[in-house]
Design a protein around this ligand. Structure first.
Ligand SMILES: Cc1ncc(COP(=O)(O)O)c(C=O)c1O
Length: 380
């Protein structure tokens, strides 16, 4: 019987071994790793809220009022006032009847999809969906169909075929508004039209759009005026909101079903109430004038790297694992932390640098990074 060393050696020889490298500082635009100060272009703190004093204050107040932990699952006695307030505020912000929060975005996807679909149903996923959506789909036991990335014509064909055979099945299209490793947007309006034409539902993961897109930062569905046509608006509080936790906004009846059936909600301890207090504050800031200014700063920083790019994630495709690892190491030598992303996070042969921008970066440091990236492109 082979042991873990053999598998680790296999990963290492394929250039796929990963290991933990801790920071010696907190997070933020400037971090310390292995004794060196680096500009952080690796985090998902798109608005800089992870270091916002108002969120820290809300967190601390929450601890003083409610203690550090919820001490039980939500259904037992772990639902405290801030959990309820956060869900009500999130539902209102998303234009939905109800919302439910989870300990993480990952838990939202892996708990919700199996609660919403079962063996007689069909989940139709974009090829580049995040691991949490894929795992949630697999756990559901539903039939899984996959359409090529953002290809609405192929999606439409798939839906027509499914409906031809299973007129009554529950069919849910699952996609993301901003793709986590490519930073591109889904053609939301066309997808919404397609799913409506075929009597399907839409589960939209707004993880990287929440806080970033839309007049109030509520995501792509808000920006496109489509919130009332997206059946399940999922997202996470771990990226632009700077905290941790996931949410799903939907109708009251679907939410009640999730409360009963989503195993990652039912069988886990409620998130600390203080986290819900800080999340409420993050939601308030994201929707406020200050949130709009932060989005404006983020857009200005993006313009320095790529004027046509709409999300905070800018991929630099390099192909082979070694090329991505070397490029990341070179940038680190120059004082920039930019991660190399490899299989299985992205398809084989599509290794890349993933540059993530934040409103917390100064325009000057973004220009310095852009200069280095451009130099790379010209020398390659
Ligand atoms: C598209 C997408 N969905 C869900 C998640 C999971 O969210 P969380 O980090 O809150 O677990 C992530 C990232 O981690 C993501 O990129």
């Amino acid at each position: 019987m082979s042991g873990p060393q053999d598998e680790l050696a296999g990963l290492a020889s394929a250039g796929l071994l990963r290991s933990l490298r801790a920071l010696d500082s907190g997070t933020g635009p400037r971090v310390i790793r292995e004794g060196r100060e680096l500009w952080n272009f690796a985090s998902n703190d798109y608005l800089g809220l992870a270091g916002h004093p108002a969120l820290a204050e809300a967190f601390i107040e929450g601890v003083s009022k409610y203690g550090v932990g919820a001490a039980a699952s939500r259904l037992v006695c772990g639902t405290l006032p801030p959990h309820r307030e956060l869900e009500e505020a999130m539902a209102a912000a998303k234009g939905c009847e109800a919302a439910l929060t989870f300990p993480s975005g990952f838990a939202t996807a892996t708990g919700s999809l199996p609660a919403l679909a079962g063996k007689d149903d069909v989940l139709v996923l974009d090829k580049l969906c995040h691991a949490s959506l894929i795992d949630g789909a697999r756990l559901s036991g539903a039939t899984i169909r996959v359409f090529p990335h953002n290809d609405v014509a192929k999606l439409e064909k798939l839906l027509a075929g499914i409906r031809g055979k299973q007129a009554k099945a529950r069919v849910i299209v699952v996609t993301e508004s901003v793709f986590s490793m490519d930073g591109d947007l889904c053609p939301l309006r066309e997808i919404v039209d397609a799913k409506d034409r075929h009597g399907a539902l839409l589960f939209l993961d707004e993880a990287h759009a929440f806080g970033v897109l839309g007049p109030h930062g509520m995501g792509l569905a808000e920006r496109e005026g489509l919130q009332d046509r997206v059946d399940f608006q999922m997202g996470t509080l771990s990226k632009a909101a700077g905290l941790a936790g996931g949410y799903l906004a939907t109708s009251g009846a679907w939410r009640d079903l999730l409360v009963n059936r989503a195993r990652s909600f039912v069988y886990t301890t409620a998130p600390p109430p203080a986290l819900a207090c800080a999340s409420l504050k993050a939601l308030e800031i994201i929707r406020s004038e200050e949130g709009q200014q932060l989005r404006q700063r983020l857009r200005e920083n993006l313009r320095v790297i790529d004027p046509s790019h709409e999300s905070a994630i800018v991929p630099v495709l390099l192909g082979e694992n070694e090329a991505a690892l070397n490029a990341s190491a070179k940038l680190e030598e120059a004082g920039f932390m930019v991660p190399a992303i490899r299989y299985p996070t992205v398809p084989r042969g599509k290794a890349r640098l993933r540059v993530s921008l934040s409103a917390a970066h100064s325009a000057e440091v973004v220009r310095d990074l852009a200069g280095l990236l451009l130099g790379r492109a010209q020398n390659s």
